[in-house]
Ligand binder design. Structure first.
Ligand code: PLP
Length: 488
């Protein structure tokens, strides 16, 4: 890394020295300044309108058509961060951010990300950086314990955990392992066309869109994903699942994969995992549990009921990058049978062969994911867990849950509002009694103030507002201010 503060910015650009080193960069100085910039940004985050107000195309209109031929001063670059980038940023870490699900972050996590970039490690194989693999295996075992997950997900058992970029990728890996298990590991070799029974997958009508996307990517065909009806509380109807699986089996198809949601995206509905597991077992189908957001609640023993039936699950994923102060991206994914996953995804070319892999005693995480390369993401997860401790993370969840309850109570006491599918966690779904236009106008009015940002969904075809509490610094005053905006 260049560290030459007194070198001319023209160094390395002499036309007579075509092999000159790249322009020196005063990493120490600019790095310190960047930490100051980020700290100031986070300290003053409430000054910004939560949602960016730029028009489409504005950011690009501010950028030159061509890249610079000569390197520019770092001051000029940072000035453009302030002038061009910042206005185009929606402030996800703002305590007034209530949209979607959170993507909360923290100082230890940012530093973990920074250190990962500084080390610049490619952790595709154990041998390409043993610490990258072993820290990940160890922290994933910790996290499984912290969440109260069953022992079969531990690396000391037949299973194990791996950090994926997203829940979408985790589900894709589960799906591919399930496909291979169902075809006797011949699907990857021969393709699916030549195989007997049609493979059919199941998820509720409330399942995240990533499930269908994964089915498409895996070449299984969206027509082979059955959308199972839900009960009054929007959780999957297990009787309907059983009937659909039986009908498919009777038609000569092979029910092979089912996703149960623990905390649906729209309303936090929790599918009945024990009954779904029974239905899956009857057909030998792989059960994947998608707990992308709500799964983090099980850090707290009092919320562990959401883990019911997990001892039957073949795989499970949850996103510390949503609700555990680990910045995006960090999805935690566990499988019961790591051999199925590795057999489905492993291709070993000569140029990756090495003595450690040949012993069969090490984990090569490239075989647990779609890409080959991988960052040292375990650092940020490890830093967060060590800095906050289990009790600090439990307090965060409890605080968010209590704040959501505070808003829920306020809306429940106002006869103009109705709560929609109320749940006891950190998401509040509600609507004004009346038509959709009133609700759309309410959301637009609140978001236009720049003092809060919330998003919506549709439930039974009706427009529903969602307040998802999860920003790192959210306090009662932010919830009360939001309540004032909504009830004005
Ligand atoms: N599953 C559920 C239940 C979600 O709520 C989401 C995102 O909100 C996802 C999956 C997709 O998450 P990711 O962005 O990690 O792929």
């Amino acid at each position: 890394m260049g560290n030459h503060p007194h070198q001319s910015t023209r160094d390395g650009h002499d036309a007579k020295t075509p092999m000159a080193a790249p322009q020196a960069f005063d990493f120490r100085k600019h790095g310190h300044a960047m930490v100051e910039w980020i700290a100031d940004y986070l300290d003053g985050i409430e000054r910004h309108p939560v949602q960016s107000t730029v028009e489409p195309g504005w950011v690009r209109s501010q950028l030159p058509a061509a890249p610079p031929t000569e390197g520019e001063s770092w001051d000029a670059v940072m000035a453009d961060v302030d002038r061009i980038v910042l206005p185009g940023v929606t402030h996800w870490q703002s305590p007034n951010f209530f949209a979607y699900f959170p993507a909360n972050s923290s100082g230890p996590s940012i530093l973990g990300e920074f250190l990962s970039a500084g080390l610049g490690v490619q952790g595709m194989l154990w041998s390409t950086s043993p610490a990258c693999t072993e820290l990940e295996t160890h922290v994933m075992d910790w996290l499984a314990g912290m969440l109260g997950l069953p022992a079969h997900f531990l690396s000391s058992s037949t299973g194990g955990g791996v950090i994926q970029d997203t829940a979408s990728s985790a589900t894709l890996c589960a799906l591919i392992a399930a496909r291979e298990r169902a075809t006797g590991f011949a699907g990857a070799r021969d393709g699916l066309q030549s195989h007997g029974p049609r493979l059919v997958a199941y998820a509720s009508t409330q399942a995240h869109s990533s499930i269908e996307k994964d089915i498409r990517i895996a070449g299984l065909g969206a027509a082979n994903l059955r959308m199972v009806p839900v009960r009054a509380d929007r959780s999957m109807d297990p009787a309907a699942l059983r009937a659909m699986m039986a009908a498919d089996a009777a038609a000569g198809h092979r029910p092979f994969f089912c996703v149960a949601a623990v905390g649906s995206t729209s309303t936090h509905a929790v599918d009945p995992v024990p009954e779904i597991a029974e239905a899956c077992a009857a057909h030998g189908a792989w059960l994947h549990v998608d707990a992308a957001h709500l799964g983090i609640a099980s850090l707290c023993p009092e919320f562990r009921a959401i883990n019911a039936g997990m001892e039957q699950a073949d795989s499970y994923c949850v996103n510390p990058h949503k609700w555990m102060l680990v910045n995006f991206d960090c999805d935690a994914f566990w499988v019961r049978d790591r051999a199925a996953l590795v057999q489905a995804l492993s291709v070993l070319p000569e140029y990756l062969r090495n003595a450690a892999t040949d012993t069969g005693k090490v984990i090569d995480y490239r075989d647990w994911q779609v890409p080959l390369g991988r960052r040292f993401r375990a650092l940020k997860l490890w830093f967060v867990i060590r800095h906050f401790g289990v009790s600090g993370l439990q307090s965060l969840v409890r605080r968010h849950v209590a704040l959501a309850a505070r808003l829920r109570d306020r809306l429940a006491a106002d006869p103009r509002f109705e709560l929609v599918d109320p749940t006891p966690w950190s998401l509040v779904c509600f609507r004004l009694r009346g038509d959709d236009a009133h609700n759309e106008a309410l959301m637009a009015r609140v978001n236009a103030t720049g003092r809060a940002f919330l998003s919506h969904t549709k439930v039974d075809g009706r427009f529903v507002l969602r307040v998802s509490v999860g920003a790192p610094g959210v306090e009662e005053r932010h919830i009360d201010a939001l309540g004032d905006l909504l009830c004005a």
